[in-house]
Design a protein around this ligand. Structure first.
Ligand SMILES: [Zn+2]
Length: 83
């Protein structure tokens, strides 16, 4: 009797082992979640390309992170500095 191979969430069609499959799954699930639009606040934002996010409701297009619409570094760069 052969043992069934363990899979980690979504299937990754490359080699790399369990750790990379787990990481990829987590990032993809986070990416495909509904994100809030900064213009109309509806959860219809989806990624159109790497770093480019667009809202399907109002058509608002903006730059963000590769896998998430807003990153910690992006927030820090847009923050107004207090003296
Ligand atoms: Zn919108």
């Amino acid at each position: 009797m052969t043992k069934k191979k363990k899979t980690f969430g979504l299937r990754l069609r490359t080699r790399g082992g369990a750790a990379i499959q787990k990481r990829w799954t987590r990032i993809m699930l986070q990416m495909n979640q509904p994100h809030k639009c900064p213009s109309c606040a509806s959860p219809k934002v989806s990624r159109s390309a790497v770093g480019i996010w667009s809202c399907s409701k109002c058509g608002y297009k903006f730059a963000g992170g590769a896998y998430v619409p807003s990153t910690k570094l992006g927030q820090a760069s847009t923050r107004v500095q207090e003296i």
